[in-house]
Design a protein around this ligand. Structure first.
Ligand SMILES: CC(C)(COP(=O)(O)OP(=O)(O)OC[C@H]1O[C@@H](n2cnc3c(N)ncnc32)[C@H](O)[C@@H]1OP(=O)(O)O)[C@@H](O)C(=O)NCCC(=O)NCCS
Length: 228
């Protein structure tokens, strides 16, 4: 997955966008940008339409909608082929962790949005996706969120990739950033977990997992964690 991701014009059920779709192991990944949704009601379930209507900030509305559409498209690829998108509902745990419900079936999904690009992955229960914009950071960001070994010899883009990897892993664990970023040391070939991250991974039965890089477009870093 180190090659360039190709975006192409896509559309359907009330929207048009530039979309990229690819597989990673058993997972379907969908990336969207330049989303124009003339009729969100065409792909949102009733409860989602109400939640969307309650959002006020345009940026949040756009990323919420793009994340949900990407999640539905990934879910349709992985599990619910041929089902109208408005029948694939995105719900959230109290922790914020999203999942899909379709015709009585429940499936895990992971969502991320950054700088106008939204992405989602579906296919396994242990799954986390993160997209992060490469941007200048305060020195404290490097100091506080990474181990000395992680900081060693990495430039801004590589550190952003490492951040995305941590977020993807913490999403797979269902913790998000309620977890200390130092609970995962990703400096070596295999992640070393401690603290809450380790406790949660053990609680889930120590699932083996892969951490993969993908290209969400210029100026962005993408990482996907999926359980084997
Ligand atoms: C999940 C989290 C890491 C996302 O960070 P982010 O880089 O700002 O945002 P991203 O676009 O990559 O991901 C956002 C998506 O993560 C998903 N998400 C939220 N909480 C999650 C969790 N506990 N586990 C897995 N996924 C989660 C949601 O689908 C969310 O999108 P949505 O709000 O449109 O549904 C972070 O928002 C978080 O941990 N939130 C909960 C804890 C919290 O609020 N802590 C205080 C701030 S430090």
């Amino acid at each position: 997955m180190d090659g360039r991701t190709v975006f192409a014009a896509a559309g359907g059920e009330g929207f048009s966008a530039a979309a990229a779709r690819f597989r990673a192991g058993p997972c379907s990944v969908v990336l969207l940008r330049d989303l124009s949704a003339a009729s969100p009601a065409a792909f949102l379930a009733g409860s989602e339409q109400a939640a969307f209507g309650a959002l006020k900030i345009p940026k949040r509305k756009a990323e919420w909608l793009g994340g949900r559409l990407a999640a539905k498209l990934a879910g349709a690829d992985a599990f619910f082929q041929g089902v109208p998108l408005r029948e694939i509902e995105v719900r959230r745990e109290l922790t914020g962790s999203p999942f899909l419900v379709c015709r009585g079936e429940r499936r895990h999904v992971s969502i991320s949005h950054s700088a106008g690009t939204c992405g989602a992955a579906a296919g396994t229960d242990f799954l986390g996706l993160d997209i992060e914009e490469v941007a200048p950071r305060h020195p404290g960001w490097y100091r506080d969120y990474f181990t000395p070994a992680e900081r060693e010899g990495r430039d801004e883009a590589a550190m952003t990739g490492l951040w995305a990897a941590k977020e993807a892993l913490f999403k797979a664990l269902g913790l998000g950033l309620s977890c200390d970023t130092l609970d995962a040391d990703l400096s070596g070939p295999g992640p070393v977990l401690k603290g809450r991250a380790l406790a949660r991974w053990e609680e889930l039965g120590r699932p083996p997992f892969a951490l993969e890089r993908f290209d969400p477009g210029p100026g962005l870093e993408g990482r996907l964690v999926w359980g084997r």
